[in-house]
Design a protein around this ligand. Sequence first.
Ligand code: MYR
Length: 131
Amino acid sequence: AFNGTWKVDRNENYEKFMEQMGINMVKRKLASHDNLKITIEQTGDKFHIKENSTFRSLELDFTLGVTFVYSMADGTELEGSWVIEGDTLKGVFTRKDNGKPLTTTRIIVGDELVQTYIYEGVEAKRIFKKA
Ligand code: MYR
């Protein structure tokens, strides 16, 4: 269900979330218009992800339940893993620089992919449409 290429359509509270993450205003402005596009290819419990934005292009692989390191566009590293609970992909990550948790979920709602991000009590959403 997650498979396909998803293009960000809109954000909810994303600037507040980035502010909580400690990202400065200039980068927040750029990041809220990053034209993020994510391609998800799931095979069993393995995922291949292609990420494209105005900041960068990268590809990564992960396996459900297996810890990996993800570098954010600003270089901040997160360590954690994704699991599936019901219809929801649930990611539990920890910032390597301060040890604080960042949780994220992906769920399909209608024809959209909704990704939520929670850090230090601030929740944001990025909503994607099939490209
Ligand atoms: C993936 O499945 O796309 C790779 C792993 C993603 C890890 C969690 C993403 C959190 C990114 C937070 C970016 C917030 C920018 C302030």
